[in-house]
Design a protein around this ligand. Structure first.
Ligand SMILES: Nc1nc2c(c(=O)[nH]1)N[C@H]1C(S)=C(S)[C@@H](COP(=O)(O)O)O[C@H]1N2
Ligand SMILES: [Mo]
Length: 340
């Protein structure tokens, strides 16, 4: 870790101010494929409910490095090599000249506990990873993209997922802003449907096209599964655990996610009673979380509220509580409140 930090300081260029200036100087091109405007009603605008779009300043962060790498976009390049016909190296200017796609994608961390905060939704702008990989020409025996960050973090992403047509991006912007330094400036990966540790490399500089039976990424020997499809989850945002409420009509609301599959139903029950269907907010597609809400006539006493979601394949979240390791937490989110 000490050696790593020293190496990292060695690559800091001109300090944070120079970096901020370089970031501000970036002119973002218009997307060739803009996101459709959000449908009406994606945001139920309920107090205490996570907004549909997570502001960059509130977006969760997960970093293995103690120091955020400061990467000069003018020095940055992305090398793609390994099981390819033509290794390629792209500069930041090269990347910005390629057609850009805009996509609304919810990012989730595998280490999120049921009900936890490590999930956020943003509008990303970037180059389709598939476009870049096709330039390099993937060999048919390749099944893993081993990406490396400027800070040494590595990540192994299934090739078939990145190439199947979903909005897997080398992202350069987040919510209309040049990618924030903390979220991977100048370039990070975003892959709908996969947990961050197997897909979302920040400050990405190198991709070795390889095989799962030949290479291993950072988290795999640390007890996390090799491939990380996201498990369907739902969360109660309001009321919060331990809240005191007045008796009478109140709103229970939260978010649910099943990226790249979509959320078809959310149900809520009180004190292990009947499950009731929550009202679902609109979504632009299957790659984002979905807000939900339901009314409740709260009676005096202590109550337990539980939520579960069903994905677009008809699979309902299991009640089996499992911790995040090795492949993501499962279970219904429960919140206890006092009324009276
Ligand atoms: N370079 C680098 N990229 C990384 C990580 C990291 O520690 N270092 N963490 C990963 C994990 S575990 C997650 S969940 C996401 C989090 O992205 P965020 O910090 O922008 O929310 O980034 C991924 N990319
Ligand atoms: Mo993560």
């Amino acid at each position: 870790m000490v050696a790593g930090a020293a190496a990292l300081l060695g690559r800091q260029f001109g300090g944070r101010q120079a970096l901020d200036a370089a970031r501000v100087g970036v002119a973002l091109p218009k997307p060739a494929t803009p996101a459709k405007p959000l449908p009406a009603g994606t945001d139920l605008r309920i107090r205490g409910l996570s907004p549909f779009v997570t502001p960059n300043s509130d977006f969760y962060r997960v970093d293995t490095a103690l120091v955020v790498p400061q990467v000069d976009p003018n020095d940055w390049s992305l090398r793609i090599h390994g099981l390819v016909d033509r290794p390629v190296e792209l500069t930041y200017a090269d990347l910005l000249k390629m057609p850009l796609t805009e996509a609304d994608v919810t990012l989730t961390c595998v280490s999120n506990e049921v009900g936890g905060p490590y999930v956020g939704n943003a509008r990303w702008l970037g180059v389709r990873m598939a476009d870049v990989l096709r330039q390099a020409g993937l060999r048919s025996d390749a099944d893993m993209l081993l990406s490396t960050s400027a800070d040494g973090f590595t990540c192994g992403t299934p090739v078939d997922v990145v190439m199947d047509g979903r909005d897997a991006l080398f992202a350069v912007a987040m919510n209309g802003e040049v990618l924030p330094v903390d979220h991977g400036f100048p370039v990070r990966q975003v892959v709908p449907g996969l947990y961050g540790y197997v897909s979302a490399t920040k400050w990405v500089v190198d991709i070795k096209v390889t095989r799962f039976d030949a290479d291993e990424a950072y988290w795999t020997p640390r007890g996390w599964s090799e491939k990380g499809p996201i498990k369907t989850q739902s969360r109660i945002d309001v009321p919060a655990y331990g809240d005191s409420l007045k008796p009478g009509r109140t709103t229970i609301a939260g978010v649910a996610w099943a990226q790249h599959t979509g959320v078809d139903a959310v149900e809520v029950r009180v004190d292990r009673g009947e499950w009731r269907q929550a009202k679902l907010a609109a979504v632009p597609g299957p790659d984002t979380w979905r807000q939900w809400s339901i009314d409740w006539d709260a009676t005096a006493g202590e109550h337990t509220l539980e939520v579960r979601a069903t994905d677009a394949h008809g699979r309902t979240q299991t009640d089996r509580l499992a911790p995040p390791a090795p492949d993501g937490a499962t279970g219904w989110h429960a919140v206890t409140v006092r009324v009276g």
